[in-house]
Design a protein around this ligand. Structure first.
Ligand SMILES: C[S@@+](CC[C@H](N)C(=O)[O-])C[C@H]1O[C@@H](n2cnc3c(N)ncnc32)[C@H](O)[C@@H]1O
Length: 216
């Protein structure tokens, strides 16, 4: 979109939120959490909402045969392509939304979603799309912040969400993570959850892996 046609919300997201994501999502504490998950990716890998491409440094190039990602923000797309150039690998990183992933059924061995389930327009539909493009028996790797198990904190997350999501590129604090993944038909094989550093309202994390069951 030419600069003069950019709406104020688009301007805020492309110029401000994209940079907050680049620096916040690249912080050491978040990279430590990613490093527990991302090195398990293998084969043909798809990443949803790759942001500035922070995960790319952690993929094991000896196990990943191809890397494909989609991301709706043009600023973040550019950063993610720079991350691919820095890693020195061939990567297909294109514009797209989780609600309508532009790849055929059962195309990937591993699908990856980190800190994106909070921000998609429709969480259930995006999870259904991830399941659709994953081969049966394939792995879903995830690391997300989400809904606190403490009712009092969760209530505050719900109260803050309307303002937070407007300021932070549709990020929601109160969305479930592992429960939503199971509801979408994945079998969770490994999962961890705990408050990490920072205020409890934003620091509840769930991460691990799930599989798409083989047909019976
Ligand atoms: C907090 S950032 C996380 C970025 C990246 N996944 C990471 O781990 O650093 C949330 C990301 O979700 C992306 N996003 C928002 N809505 C989306 C949608 N409907 N489909 C796919 N990605 C989306 C944003 O553009 C942003 O890159």
């Amino acid at each position: 979109m030419p600069k003069k046609e950019m709406s104020s919300s688009n301007w805020w997201e492309e110029k401000v939120v994209s940079r907050l994501i680049r620096y916040g999502c690249g912080s050491q504490r978040i990279m430590d959490l990613r490093s527990e998950v991302i090195p398990h990716a293998q084969g043909k890998v798809f990443e949803l909402g790759c942001g500035a491409g922070a995960n790319q440094a952690l993929y094991d190039s000896t196990k990943v045969t191809s890397f494909t990602a989609i991301e709706p923000s043009s600023t973040l797309l550019e950063f993610a392509r720079q991350a691919a150039a820095k890693k020195g690998w061939e990567a297909e990183i294109r514009s797209g939304l989780g609600e309508n992933i532009p790849f055929p059924d059962e195309s990937f061995d591993t699908v990856v979603c980190t800190f994106t389930m909070c921000s998609v327009l429709d969480q259930a539909r995006s999870l259904a799309e991830l399941r659709r493009i994953l081969k049966p028996g394939g792995t879903f790797l995830f690391a997300e912040h989400g809904r606190s198990p403490d009712a009092n904190i969760a209530r505050w997350q719900e109260r803050i969400d309307p303002l937070w999501s407007r300021l932070m590129g549709n990020c929601h604090l109160s969305r479930p993570v592992t429960a939503a993944i199971e509801k979408a038909g994945f079998s969770v094989t490994e999962s961890a959850r705990q408050y990490r550093d920072g205020p409890r309202i934003v620091s509840w994390m769930e991460w691990g892996s799930a599989v798409k069951p083989l047909p019976t």
